[in-house]
Design a protein around this ligand. Structure first.
Ligand code: HGY
Ligand code: MN
Ligand code: MN
Length: 416
């Protein structure tokens, strides 16, 4: 086995160990949402690996795990390798953790090879990229990049626990969040390894790709307020059925996205009916809307059009509509200079250079606001993600490891 294959075997073994830690006590599904005991237990395991590798570690106020390897050069800037260790519900094993554990392997090899770098390395396992618990994403990387808005501390989860309470419960601190930012002047750049979560590499037979841009996204919370009633006595024309209104909007949203192209995708992934019962006309429905596009103008146009469609549906059905924009991130370009180095590393490793736009959001988005940032994607099984069927081939991970190592050494040479 090549050195990369040996290292990959350990990375994948650690993936399995981390995946065995879940909010689901039966272990049947992988779920580690921000701040939960399962998240903390998983982070503790990863912190042990960071420290065994020789990294100086600390947990910042929002629960990011931060490992640092200092350059011998006085006043050196810091290059960040990162991804996230929180997950969606019933997640795959690789979305997030693979990037963290590959980054750990790369840093550990640099330490073991006694390679002096002209820049510090900071390896970060972000505590909340998915935004599942508080429906607002990038909480961990927003703290590190100085973009965290304290107003978010009052957002409550489904159990009414605020972000501030969740931070305190997991031993974090809201008092240090501003100081936890890596100062903008210290950043040299950002690199994230991540599964593609799409089908292009699977279809193309290439193990790795570089990311040129990350789609913009808008997350909206809609509330339809109708009138609860007896399922057996209220005549159909007299109903103010919140679920029927929401359902009409969901189908209108799908039709809009199908008709409009431009890489526009629209998803309603969460829907809640308070006081639901089979013999009660739903009085209220609360649901999400996730809109994405690689281009800003179609994203803005879709947002406006769908908001108008929702208002028209509500008016026609005598239902009140609440429309709250929870999160908006613009389409983000990755750094051309880093991508030149990455393209060289991919080609030098013997692969075609595939350039992709990411439909998925990543912590590279907040990072790109303060530093040159880019990503490398690793092929995953049929592009499946946010699904327990998520899988990778060891040979692809080994190939990506070689590319990333070449990339870091090119970066070293560029700054010597
Ligand atoms: O939703 C996303 O794009 C990412 O998985 N957080
Ligand atoms: Mn991810
Ligand atoms: Mn994800």
């Amino acid at each position: 086995m090549s050195d990369y294959q040996v290292r990959t075997a350990r990375i994948l073994s650690r993936i399995e160990q981390l995946a065995a830690i879940s909010e689901d006590a039966t272990g049947a599904t992988v779920t580690r949402r921000f701040g939960t005991p399962a998240f903390v237990k998983g982070r503790d395991l990863v912190q042990g690996w960071f420290e065994a590798a020789g990294l100086t570690t600390r947990l910042d106020g929002i629960g990011n795990l931060r490992g640092r390897w200092a350059s011998p050069r006085p006043g050196a800037k810091t290059f960040v390798l990162a991804s996230h260790i929180d997950t969606v519900v019933n997640a795959g094993k690789y979305d997030g953790p693979l990037g963290v554990l590959m980054g750990l392997d790369l840093v550990e090899d640099i330490i073991n090879q006694h390679i002096d770098l002209p820049f510090n390395l900071e390896l970060i396992a972000f505590s909340d990229e998915e935004g599942v618990r508080f429906h607002t994403t990038y909480l961990g990387s927003k703290v590190v990049t100085g973009a965290f808005d304290p107003v978010l501390l009052q957002r409550a989860d489904a159990d009414g626990i605020t972000l501030a309470q969740a931070i305190a419960e997991m031993g974090g601190s809201t008092a240090t969040l501003a100081a936890d930012a890596l100062p903008a002047a210290e950043w040299l750049g950002y690199f994230e390894l991540h599964i593609e979560q799409g089908p292009v590499l699977w279809e193309s037979g290439v193990p790795v790709a570089l990311v040129t841009a990350i789609a913009g996204q808008q997350r909206v919370e809609l509330t339809w307020q109708g009138m609860a009633g007896h399922a057996g006595t209220v005549p159909m024309p007299m109903r103010q059925d919140a679920l029927a209104a929401a359902a009409e909007f969901v189908l209108a949203t799908e039709a809009f996205a199908l008709a409009h192209g431009h890489g526009l995708v629209a998803t309603v992934g969460q829907l809640h009916i308070p006081y639901a019962a089979s013999n009660v006309i739903p009085g209220q429905v609360v649901h999400s809307l996730d809109l994405r596009s690689p281009a800003a103008a179609p994203l803005a146009a879709a947002y406006a059009d769908l908001q108008a469609q929702a208002a028209a549906i509500a008016a026609r059905r005598g239902v009140a509509l609440g429309w709250q924009l929870v999160q908006a991130t613009a389409p983000t370009a990755c750094d051309a200079g880093l991508n030149d180095l990455l393209a060289q590393a991919i080609a030098a490793s013997g692969h075609d250079v595939v350039r992709l736009v990411s439909g998925a959001g990543h912590d590279a988005v907040p990072a790109s606001a303060v530093a040159p940032a880019t990503m490398a994607f690793i092929r995953c099984y049929k592009g499946i993600s946010h699904n327990p069927l998520e899988a990778v081939e060891a040979t692809d991970v080994a190939a990506a490891l070689e590319v990333a190592e070449r990339f870091l050494l090119e970066l070293k040479n560029a700054h010597n």
